[in-house]
Design a protein around this ligand. Structure first.
Ligand SMILES: *Cc1c(COP(=O)(O)O)cnc(C)c1O
Length: 394
């Protein structure tokens, strides 16, 4: 990637060299099926067991509580559909938020079509839910509370331990989509009273296509993928041994370097925020505290997110905007609308997400390129008049 600054780690992070190295033998000579009974297969079985322990250690869990899946989306689907099915409630009620990833939102919508009822909690201007609103939403039929740990667009970290406390008090299962948080912020499933947690490898150093679900001991939900007896009969399919090994290694590395990485990334993130906020008619989205260490997100008035990304790329920066492009429609991101931004402002969103390989020189480059791109686009913008957006004109 010559001369390209990669600032899109929240979309996917590069594979860590140590992860690739750990995986290679299981893509080559150690190809046995871990369920086979001859000694040649033991290596694969032991490697999967080791990875399970490594993932458990990152979360403060027991290895018996970790189930490998194909991705974060599968883990979200499994946790939510499984919890609802296991409740055996005629009209089950789920509480989630308006700012979840589509893997959660679309799963809840699919369950609504099958008769479930769903409350989508709103968020404040920083993207945080209210515990009082959560408590008020609880009904006798509430079977699941699903609140994401950290938001992928604006970096907001929810009060997870407090939510866990509320759920436990009411005897309701608590699931959290922790895909953006795992490997980046400290998670203790015991202390936070989490029952079900989704994670994905490719957001912290594995290739795309491997994830895991944590299910607390004593919680019983059915399978999503039926078939063979893998994953203690909970998730069928011959184990993706090399990727699982990679996930274990990524978890081990993340645990070892968590606080130093978070400190380094937060510093670079804060520099981005401080400098980019100086641009006129530009503001931070999401909270200042309780924010993912590597994620800086903004709205830049008077420009279009897509044009911004294309021009930034020409200036050597890979970044992201609201999720409009991925969904193929022209509606701005549901997250930015949920924090109360009007459409015309939400369209000008920018997400810069940093990772372990990001350097101070990368941040310098972004800070040099962005103001030029912004003023170039504003000069051509039909809604930019006399140095301000049309909606600010007197
Ligand atoms: C990326 C992401 C997912 C989906 O994970 P995949 O492994 O890509 O399926 C789910 N939730 C959040 C918050 C994410 O950022």
């Amino acid at each position: 990637m010559p001369n390209l600054v990669y600032a899109d780690h929240a979309a996917t992070a590069p594979v860590k060299p140590q992860v690739l190295e750990a995986m290679l033998p299981y893509l080559a000579e150690n190809y046995a099926n871990p369920s086979s009974l001859y000694p040649f297969a033991y290596k694969a079985k032991i490697a999967v067991d080791t990875a399970r322990k490594q993932v458990a250690d990152l979360l403060g869990a027991n290895e018996k509580e970790i189930y490998f899946t194909s991705c974060g989306s599968e883990s979200d689907n499994w946790a939510i559909k499984g919890a609802v099915d296991a409740s055996k409630t005629e009209k089950p009620h789920i509480i989630t938020t308006a700012i979840e990833h589509h893997a959660v939102l679309h799963t809840c919508q699919a369950l609504e079509k099958r008769g479930a009822e769903v409350t989508y909690l709103g968020v404040n201007a920083q993207g945080l839910i209210s515990l009082d609103e959560l408590k008020a939403a609880i009904r006798p039929e509430t079977v699941l509370i699903s609140v994401m740990f950290a938001n992928n667009e604006i970096g907001a970290i929810q009060p997870i331990a407090e939510i866990g406390e509320v759920a436990r008090e009411h005897g309701i299962l608590f699931h959290t989509d922790a895909v953006q948080a795992v490997g980046h912020v400290k998670i203790d499933v015991e202390a936070m009273k989490i029952d079900l947690l989704s994670l994905s490898g490719h957001k912290f150093g594995t290739p795309k296509g491997v994830g895991a679900m944590y299910m607390r001991k004593g919680v019983r939900i059915g399978s999503l993928i039926h078939g063979g007896g893998q994953e203690r009969r909970k998730r069928a399919g011959t184990e993706n041994v090399p990727y699982i090994v990679g996930l274990g290694e990524a978890a081990r590395l993340a645990k070892e370097h968590l606080s130093e990485n978070a400190a380094r990334l937060s510093k670079m993130r804060d520099r981005l925020i401080e400098e980019i906020e100086k641009l006129p008619y530009t503001f931070l989205t999401g909270p200042r505290e309780n924010r993912l260490p590597g994620l800086a997100s903004f709205c830049i008035e008077g420009i279009e997110g897509e044009a911004l990304l294309l021009n930034l790329y020409q200036a050597g920066v890979c970044a992201s905007s609201g999720s409009a492009c991925s969904s193929g429609d022209l509606d701005p991101s549901h997250v930015l609308l949920a924090i109360g931004l009007p459409h015309h402002i939400a369209h000008g969103s920018l997400r810069l997400s940093l990772g372990e390989m990001t350097t101070d020189a990368d941040v310098d480059h972004i800070l040099e390129a962005l103001p030029q791109v912004v003023s170039h686009l504003r000069n051509m913008s039909p809604v930019w008049e006399n140095g301000k957006p049309a909606w600010h004109a007197e």
